[in-house]
Design a protein. Structure first.
Ligand SMILES: Cc1cc2nc3c(=O)[nH]c(=O)nc-3n(C[C@H](O)[C@H](O)[C@H](O)COP(=O)(O)OP(=O)(O)OC[C@H]3O[C@@H](n4cnc5c(N)ncnc54)[C@H](O)[C@@H]3O)c2cc1C
Ligand SMILES: Cc1cc2nc3c(=O)[nH]c(=O)nc-3n(C[C@H](O)[C@H](O)[C@H](O)COP(=O)(O)OP(=O)(O)OC[C@H]3O[C@@H](n4cnc5c(N)ncnc54)[C@H](O)[C@@H]3O)c2cc1C
Ligand SMILES: Cc1cc2nc3c(=O)[nH]c(=O)nc-3n(C[C@H](O)[C@H](O)[C@H](O)COP(=O)(O)O)c2cc1C
Ligand SMILES: Cc1cc2nc3c(=O)[nH]c(=O)nc-3n(C[C@H](O)[C@H](O)[C@H](O)COP(=O)(O)O)c2cc1C
Ligand code: FES
Ligand code: FES
Lengths: 246, 311, 311, 246
């Protein structure tokens, strides 16, 4: 059941020059599953007008965390918000990652880790994680992931840390033939590469599109799929990769 | 004593003057998780056509200063699916169901109007003559007086429910268009629809939408909508539904004061799913504070003497 | 190498495509305390009439979501005082002086156009055909094609400087109006002027302005202005000056990309007196980053294929 | 000479539920005179769009103070701003109170004190101050004014403190026949009452009108005077009372 409420910022912490972890407290517990997202909106002013969608990074009772990167105006303003300020909250929205039965593979590119972290955490010691970033200092929550995951492989563009290159290469080298379901989130380029590798295997990806309502009413967030146009907010954000037309 | 919020649009009695604007409230279902639909004056359904319509390619929305662009392109599930899959759910609520409709040409307009007129559970029809995102020979129906006259006349002939005609702001004299609509027997007019507008991504040098232009809605256009509503209210005797950028109760009251019998709330639903309910509550509170017992006493109460006193 | 920012509007050579919009930069003097006027492509002066004009009663401005209403009512000091008291100061700067003008009727338009055309130090004329705040029989000049045709023809006959005609957005097909202007020999069109709009104070139930309606400007209307500019640029061969809600360099570039040769900055001056200069610097920086040597290479470079790729 | 610059908030302190004192620091010293004002604008967002004018309450080198009451959206947002945040600043704008030659009378109603405080301070022990408020807790800087002024008389509506009634009554009782120039700022009602009392005496009042540019360019802030329309921003905000059509 989705809720619309005012939440209170408990902490809004810079993890790097442009990536932040925000913790908000709701007036009640919510129940959300990995892959779901929420829409946060700064109140009181009409510019920016719309809320911004963020994946649930972590959740405990009435406390929800989001990991976000400053992309434009909305995320910039969000990053400047302080403890105790109020922010409006709609969620949890959308479909979740179908639960894995046994072990599973995770492919995360950059801030895409925000979408899969909670999945890795929820099913401890079952995820084989592939996490690619450009630079070493863009790896977040490495220790935690290491703790929750069964295995973790990291790539950086210049090889500063882990494998040198993109994460899909590393994935191809290590996991191509593992018959496990795949959960992926990252930039479009990564998803496209992944598609070439995984063919018809079970692969779930969380995708992004601009949103207005977040609840399936405005038809603003549609994407092309082999089954026609689908709404990212309610038919997704998690889709099967083979369904997507990239 | 609680003030009366009841208003009449043609033969349609609304429990309060707050409706949801077409296309911004889906088929009602989507928002029933947040608000009690029984509280609404009415729900205006997303634009419906005879056949399902795919709409425009993504991306379809973009935020602008205090507004948003959309190029949904009237995507909808079509008449049959609406009646089978959506209407039964909607009918569970004690609120008025107004169906916004359009066609690719006048024949289609007439056909769907005819069907909706005969469909149980549909309380009123709203004819969308703007369709800014659509290209057909009837595309100018909203802006050419003689096309509008013919269209309304022929649609009116097949509709024996309350018929509302929704005007586009993309004309020089919207009051003149409203008068045509009145002359041809419509029961009410609603206004405004979105403005054709455009945002360019300076890096890619192309539109930020999947189409070149979209429709601008939201608080940015409210002052234009209030002016247009005022002009129309002065020109016609049929009820007027004011639309455009309404976010809170005071915005809604502006439209009522210039003469609108009701308002419809659009973009605001996206930023606050409780918007409609809060607006209804706010209007009621305002009436109590002002000692007004009946909403109809505030409708059209604008003081047109130039306000030459500052505070 | 620094990119060239030079553009031509008729016979007028601008050092860069950034002008100040009429009515928002006074007579230039007011902003010379903040910025070096020599840096500007040009200054479009507040609307001028033959005789001084008192304008509308206060209050005259009101803030709206991402915009503002004004009902200045074309207050100005009149032709004589302008030439005597303002022009000598303006001529000290190396920038183009464009005088926006209007009359109460066509005769007055012709008379002041004639005078300005013969006035040394006036580089170009901008004919304001909108005058939303003014009531005369020529009030519809901006919206009725045949009135516009006659007005432009007769004004053109007496002006042998660059003649720019400024269009109102309050029409269905602004490109059609622009074509009339082109046909009658104007050297350029500028657009858009403000939208007639209204805000009601719900407590007093009267307009927040001293008049009932005012003109809406600012970022709120920018997406409409970009769309209108794009449509006009496709329809005419004469240069187009894009106006409406430009706040920063990227806003200005949107207008250039859809085909405007130059832009004019209005409301933004109020919120940032350095706006014009920052926009000029921003455009230059952008061209350098994009490896473009000449501003004219970006003008009209819009990619009209639907942008169906996201990110 | 007017400046446009980014200023930094040094302090933004609530003095009551709706009156605040904000202290901003400019990158340079400015020179301003009592009765002048500045325009403050919250940056980065376009709603609210325009800056808001405030009288210079006090000034020292590059540090400027404004005393303001929350009236609507802009002042509400201003009141929520914190130390170290940036705010754009245009000023000092407008005409100042013509300097008094000897002693002078001051009539301030409510937040109108903001406009005359600096005048009282600048000419110590010369001002005979009449300061009216509704409630006792709306008297601000009483001790300071007492220190700088020659005399101070206060009124409250219910007589909680000082005279019971409106300040113009007290002024009439005490100062009607003093042949000194008057400096006044307060609500329109007070100015209108004052006009009845002072007739043709030298009386300078600071008036308010909505502003856009603040520099005389937009003609948005005009008011009616016996000499025609005048711009509050550049022809005022200080006018001679006999000039005003109220
Ligand atoms: C379901 C979903 C989950 C998401 N989860 C996260 C997350 O956990 N962490 C995170 O950092 N980001 C996440 N995003 C992306 C995030 O919503 C956008 O980065 C954000 O909306 C940008 O807002 P802005 O105002 O800063 O950017 P704007 O100024 O609006 O735009 C800047 C750029 O950001 C991109 N952008 C804008 N809106 C979106 C959007 N809705 N989706 C994708 N790209 C967009 C555009 O390319 C645009 O050019 C998610 C998006 C979706 C749809
Ligand atoms: C020269 C000058 C000096 C001023 N000095 C001070 C000062 O030192 N301290 C202080 O608290 N206030 C001062 N004001 C008034 C202050 O500018 C307004 O209270 C403020 O602009 C309101 O902004 P807002 O966004 O909160 O209100 P809005 O939401 O814009 O409006 C709320 C109400 O405030 C009133 N208002 C809005 N703008 C103005 C305005 N420019 N002038 C008068 N009333 C307005 C209107 O009645 C409106 O109904 C001054 C005004 C002027 C013109
Ligand atoms: C996403 C979206 C979809 C819309 N779809 C329709 C529609 O199908 N039919 C219609 O007549 N108007 C449609 N509109 C216009 C609205 O009903 C309304 O007239 C307009 O948005 C102005 O109101 P607002 O500013 O409150 O949103 C749509 C608007 C939006 C934002
Ligand atoms: C206060 C004010 C006064 C204006 N006066 C004139 C005028 O005298 N003549 C004219 O053609 N346009 C006038 N305009 C319109 C502007 O030149 C411009 O077309 C419009 O404001 C849109 O641009 P903007 O959004 O950048 O302000 C005025 C606008 C404002 C805000
Ligand atoms: S955001 Fe409205 S349908 Fe998805
Ligand atoms: S505020 Fe623009 S002239 Fe005074």
């Amino acid at each position: 059941m989705n809720k619309f409420t005012l939440s209170t910022i408990v902490e809004n912490k810079a993890l790097s020059s442009d990536v932040y972890l925000i913790t908000v407290k709701l007036p009640f517990r919510i129940d959300a599953k990995p892959g779901q997202f929420c829409i946060l909106r700064v109140n009181g002013r009409l510019d920016p007008l719309l809320g911004r969608p963020f994946s649930i990074f972590d959740l405990e009772g009435e406390t929800v965390k989001f990991l976000y990167r400053i992309k434009g105006k909305g995320t910039k303003i969000l990053s400047e918000m302080k403890e105790n300020e109020k922010i409006s909250f709609i969620g949890p929205l959308g479909k979740w990652y179908p639960y894995p039965e046994g072990n599973f593979l995770v492919v995360a590119g950059g801030i895409g880790i925000a979408s899969v972290y909670y999945l890795i955490k929820k099913f401890p010691e079952r995820a084989i994680v592939f996490y690619g970033v450009r630079l070493k200092n863009e790896i977040f929550f490495f220790e935690e992931i290491k703790k929750f995951a069964k295995e973790i492989y990291v790539s950086t563009e210049e090889g500063e840390f882990g494998y040198k290159g993109v994460i899909t290469e590393l994935f191809q080298n290590k996991a191509k033939n593992l018959d496990l379901p795949i959960y992926a989130c990252g930039p479009m380029l990564m998803i496209k590469e992944l598609k070439k590798i995984v063919n018809d295997r079970k692969c779930y990806v969380a995708v992004e599109e601009r949103m207005a309502c977040g609840v399936g009413a405005c038809l603003g967030c549609v994407i092309n799929t082999v089954n026609g146009l689908k709404r990212v907010c309610t038919d997704g954000a998690v889709f099967e990769l083979r369904e997507l037309i990239l | 004593m609680k003030p009366s919020l009841k208003v009449k649009i043609g033969s349609l009695e609304l429990k309060n003057p707050v409706l949801t604007a077409s296309g911004t409230f889906g088929y009602g279902l989507e928002y029933s998780q947040f608000i009690d639909l029984n509280l609404l004056g009415g729900i205006i359904i997303k634009g419906l056509s005879l056949k399902p319509k795919k709409g425009n390619p993504p991306p379809r929305i973009y935020e602008t200063p205090c507004g948003m662009l959309n190029s949904i392109g009237l995507q909808n599930i079509g008449y049959e699916a609406f009646v089978k899959e959506k209407l039964p759910f909607l009918r569970k609520f004690n609120t008025k169901i107004v169906v916004n409709f359009f066609g690719e040409n006048l024949d289609e307009y007439i056909e769907i109007a005819n069907k909706l007129s005969k469909t149980d559970g549909v309380d009123a029809l709203e004819m969308n003559i703007s369709c800014p995102n659509k290209e057909t020979k009837w595309r100018k129906m909203g802006t050419e007086p003689e096309l509008l006259r013919k269209a309304v006349k022929e649609v009116r002939a097949v509709v024996n429910k309350t018929l509302i005609v929704k005007l586009t702001p993309q004309v020089t004299d919207i009051a003149y268009m409203a008068k045509i609509v009145e002359d041809e027997g419509a029961d009410a007019v609603s206004l405004i629809n979105t403005f054709p507008a455009m945002v360019v991504d300076i890096k890619t040098r192309s539109s930020v939408l999947g189409t070149l232009t979209g429709g601008l809605s939201g608080p940015a256009i409210r002052p234009i909508a209030v002016r247009a509503t005022w002009e129309v209210c002065k020109a016609v005797k049929i009820p007027v539904i004011g639309i455009g950028g309404i976010v809170d109760y005071s915005d809604a009251l502006q439209f009522l004061i210039v003469g609108a019998k009701a308002v419809a709330v659009g973009t605001a639903n996206f930023i606050n799913p409780y918007a409609t309910v809060e607006i209804i509550e706010g209007i009621e509170r305002f009436l109590i504070e002002e000692g007004i017992n009946n909403i109809n006493d505030i409708i059209g109460s604008i003081n047109e003497k130039a306000n030459n006193a500052y505070n």
